[in-house]
Design a protein around this ligand. Structure first.
Ligand code: SAH
Ligand code: SF4
Ligand code: F3S
Length: 461
């Protein structure tokens, strides 16, 4: 999963009785959770709005993964507090402020202490209780839920029907993490690994397909540890049977849980897209051991070899951390060497951020900020070069593109290639929601350009 800030979710079509603003930080699972919060609040008359000003309820769905992500929450809360005061002063009524997500789970009490304007905090496993919490907060200020990790209770309480706004959708199938990488807060904020029963996942996917969704991305902190019957491979095969679902992706995977059945699915299930985000973090075995990653650079390369044997054109993506405690120049060079060897088509790279309560925070040999900066710049330069080369290699090919929305210019459409590249081309709006062949004519770092090749037969991809 790649943490970044996402824009607020879909504004409601008609003027709702109560206005709900949700801002989402962090990974795709938070994006999914924000949509589900809107789903549980809709029956109470809350409709999603795209601005916090004057909103009746503001939810910040937060991320704790790095220090910067966490600090952003506090500065954002400062701004929201002013809007709350303005609203009250103008006689327009109360604004309720809720903090959800991983910061709420990790430091709920601290949030309440640092920002008294916050009415409630709710962890990622407890947001199905938002209606009750809001009612309680309205009665008695400062009420807070001690979030627990009962993921099954949450999913049981969420409606199986969804209200998707586009042709692609996220679908959480697994939550939590038992891996305890020494740098990471996720096992503490999301709890133990837990898998949803396949039945409810399939029902949710059918509801999405009935409402025009063509592509689902299965989400889990360790999605390939999905423990339902048949594992993730079995689930993928069942989802591929659903009418309307043309593309399936999944994220994020751990190298340790990439089993033979899943690799075989990449060879055999055409709906499973040839793009795999498989974080490796480092190319140095010393550092991987200190990170408690339970794999080596060699075992990762061997795994990629097997995956590529099953699906030769697969685009590999990954996550990297530079400046983990004790990382020396030679360790960093090993990371660069691994990136060159794998030829990642995309990747996310981060400077190590010391997180309170994690084992690595207490390790000796914390790396100086300037060294981290320099290593990150060098790694990014290499990753950028590889990404550009991967994109450039598509020029001249005809790729099946799932059109998602109008492009930036009139008459233009925007979609995705099987390899998750953004593709722009001219075309009629009716193509949105459809897969059509596009001849790729231009490539940049972040996207491809081309033209419709309607009469072309598609290359398998
Ligand atoms: N299960 C997911 C976790 C999401 S965290 C996964 O394994 O991919 C996403 C990425 O954030 C991780 O892969 C790691 O590269 C990065 N990350 C996690 N903790 C970090 C920290 N303390 N400092 C810097 N990057 C971190
Ligand atoms: Fe964090 Fe490691 Fe679990 Fe991913 S596998 S969520 S990096 S502890
Ligand atoms: Fe952030 Fe929590 Fe996701 S810490 S990356 S929002 S699991």
């Amino acid at each position: 999963m790649h943490p970044s800030i996402h824009s607020p979710i879909n504004p409601a079509m008609s003027a709702p009785a109560k206005r709900l603003y949700i801002k989402t930080y962090g990974c795709q699972m938070n994006v999914y959770d924000s949509e589900r919060m809107a789903d549980v609040l809709a029956p109470l008359g809350y409709g999603v709005t795209d601005s916090p000003e004057g909103a009746d309820l503001v939810v910040l769905n937060t991320c704790h993964i790095r220090e910067k992500a966490t600090e952003k929450v506090y500065s954002e809360l400062g701004q929201i507090k002013l809007m709350k005061q303005e609203k009250a002063a103008s006689g327009a009524g109360e604004m309720t402020i809720a903090v959800a997500g991983c910061v709420a789970q990790a430091e709920g009490a601290e949030i309440m202490r640092r920002q008294p304007a916050v009415d409630l905090v709710v962890g990622p496993q407890a947001y199905h209780q938002l209606p009750e919490l809001i009612a309680r907060a309205h009665r008695a200020k400062g009420e807070r839920l001690a979030a627990d990790f009962a993921a099954d209770a949450k999913f049981d309480a969420l409606p199986t029907t969804r209200n998707p706004t586009g042709v692609t959708a996220f679908l959480t199938v697994q939550e939590g993490c038992d891996k305890f990488c020494t740098f990471c807060v996720v096992p503490y904020t999301r709890g133990a690994e837990w898998s949803r029963p396949a039945g409810t996942i399939l029902a949710e996917a059918r509801s999405l397909a009935e409402r025009g969704v063509r592509e689902v991305t299965l989400l889990g902190q360790n999605v390939n540890a999905y423990a339902g019957e048949g594992g993730l491979a079995g689930l993928v095969r069942q989802l591929a049977q659903i009418d309307g679902i043309a593309r399936i992706r999944y994220t994020t995977s751990h190298p340790r849980d990439m089993d033979e059945a899943l690799i075989a699915a990449h060879a055999e299930v055409p709906e499973l897209m040839p793009y795999l985000h498989l974080p490796v973090q480092s190319g140095s075995n010393r550092i991987l051991k200190a990170m408690n990653r339970a794999h080596t650079a060699e075992s990762y390369l061997e795994l990629i070899g097997k995956i590529r044997a099953a699906r030769p054109d697969i685009a590999m993506s990954g996550d990297f951390i530079v400046g983990f405690p004790g990382e020396r120049d030679a360790d960093f060079e090993a990371t660069l060497a691994l990136v060159r060897e794998v030829g990642h088509a995309a990747a996310f790279s981060f400077k190590y951020s010391r997180r309170p309560g994690t084992p690595a925070a207490a390790l000796p040999g914390q790396v100086a900020e300037e060294v981290k900066d320099e290593r990150l710049a060098r790694l990014n330069a290499l990753l950028d070069e590889q990404q550009k080369a991967f994109n450039a290699a598509q020029v001249g090919k005809v790729l099946p593109v799932l059109f998602e929305k109008p492009g930036r210019h009139p008459g233009q459409l925007s979609g995705r290639s099987p390899y998750l590249q953004a593709v722009h081309c001219e075309g009629p709006a009716e193509l949105i929601g459809q897969i059509a062949p596009v001849r790729i004519e231009a490539a940049a770092k972040m996207s491809l350009g081309g033209s419709l090749a309607a009469s072309q037969t598609l290359e398998p991809a």
